[in-house]
Design a protein around this ligand. Structure first.
Ligand code: CTP
Length: 406
């Protein structure tokens, strides 16, 4: 069976003795039906010839921004968009550092920075380099950016030293690639309603009250649910983040009231609801039709409470619906999260703590604690928001499977 039929895989090769292994990797991928293109750094050219890799991949190998012979420009953005997966193997310490820092001084790094697809890297270096704190830190940075790191294997290294640093074997890389494309469609039949982003509460035609929410967490949950086969409605407050999974229906809203009206329409058909929006709790009691002019030293704005979407829809929740809430606390975290769980009829609450560096608003990473209705808890490490999204979906699925067994 050709499990990688029509899958487009871009392979970035950097300078290292393991570059020779890429030749057999390309053959393995082509055998599975994949389309393969190769980018090499100039240091990689010393280890394996572009002729070998172009012959095996059946595509021209790219090294420079410009083709020296034809003077043609290689569009790194197009390359990044072409690929379904970008694999960098072997990854040298030098290129790793450039990826972590965003140092775009060659075609490979420029393509990495513009790629929208999944990225995997297979580091290969000598024992002490691989163990060095700088290298560990750079690998950690890549992980936090959502890159899958295929940890180096242990064995005899080119230097004669023995230990970790050897690029994993082509067969193992092929297995990782197969697993990457083998997304389980375990949510077919589920209908997700997700609220995300901030809300804006108008003061007058030019001003509003809002908060720092980016919408990233809710969007990541929506994308993961859609990838796994669910029908997804995302009611999204003003956010600059692009939702790039076509299966997600985005319903853009501005205020808390609008978010509520739209969510209420979808709620009866939803089987799972994730309330990730940072809804403004209060909005101006009256919206001025004209711009408020500057006059006295002090200006008093009278605010009124907005509708609590999760609370209201929580009251209408039926036994088959799963509701998930978020909580952001700065004090008495556990107690407040527990209170919210019961009051709003959630199946579980995802507690964000602003105290953890790298967690919360506008970051790509998050560290959360899950509070369940049976009083159990689960604490995560600081991981990419996309990974938290996978955990949330897995937890929802677990609840659903349990319900179905009962
Ligand atoms: N929520 C909502 N509608 C609101 C306020 C909150 O749907 N008007 C939802 C959020 O999306 C989140 C949960 O309720 O899932 C908890 O939100 P949070 O702001 O932490 O709690 P509040 O109930 O607003 O309480 P407080 O701000 O006092 O902590």
């Amino acid at each position: 069976m050709a499990f990688l039929q029509r899958k487009k895989i871009l392979i970035g090769v950097t300078g290292g003795i393991a570059a020779y292994k890429v030749a057999s990797l390309i053959r393995l991928l082509i055998k599975q039906g994949a389309e393969v293109k190769v980018i090499m750094t100039t240091s990689a050219l010393a280890f394996i010839t572009p002729l070998t890799l172009s012959t095996l991949s059946k595509n021209k190998v790219l090294v420079d921004f410009f083709d020296q012979k034809s003077g043609e420009w290689t569009n790194h953005v197009e390359l990044g968009l072409w690929a379904d997966l970008f694999l960098i193997a072997p990854l040298s310490a030098n290129t790793l550092s450039k990826l972590a820092q965003g140092t775009s001084d060659n075609l490979l790094v420029a393509t990495y920075l513009s790629a929208r697809c999944g990225v995997m890297v297979a580091p290969a270096m000598d024992l002490d380099m691989y163990k060095h704190p700088s290298v560990r830190k750079n690998l950690e940075t890549l992980r936090l950016h959502g890159v899958t790191v295929l940890d180096a294997g242990t064995g005899e290294l080119a230097s004669g030293l023995h230990g970790p640093g050897r690029m994993i074997e082509p067969e193992e890389i092929r297995e990782k690639i197969l697993a990457f494309f083998d997304t389980k469609k375990d949510l077919v039949g589920e209908v997700f309603l997700i609220t995300a982003g901030p809300t804006q509460e108008a003061i007058d035609p030019v001003r509003y009250i809002s908060n720092h929410s980016s919408g990233k967490m809710g969007i990541a949950v929506a994308e993961e649910a859609a990838r796994r086969g669910a029908k997804v409605y995302l009611v999204l407050g003003p956010s600059s983040v692009i939702v790039d999974v076509p299966a997600v229906t985005v319903i853009p809203v501005v205020s808390a009231q609008e978010m509520y009206e739209e969510a209420k329409k979808i709620h009866p058909d939803a089987t799972c609801v994730v309330f990730s929006a940072a809804v403004a709790d209060y909005g101006p009691a009256e919206v001025s039709a004209e711009k408020v002019k500057k006059s006295d030293e002090h200006l008093t704005l009278v605010l009124k409470k907005n509708v609590d979407i999760a609370l209201t829809l929580g009251k209408a929740k039926n036994t088959d619906q799963i509701h998930v809430g978020f909580a952001l606390e700065t004090e008495n975290e556990a107690e407040n999260a527990g209170k919210k769980l019961r009051k709003k009829n959630f199946d579980f609450v995802v507690l964000n703590s602003l105290k953890d560096e790298g967690a919360g608003f506008k970051t790509d990473t998050n560290k959360v604690t899950y509070f369940f209705s049976d009083d159990t808890r689960l604490v995560t490490d600081l991981v990419p928001k996309k990974q938290i999204a996978v955990q949330i979906i897995d937890l929802i699925k677990k609840i659903r499977d349990k319900q179905e067994k009962e």
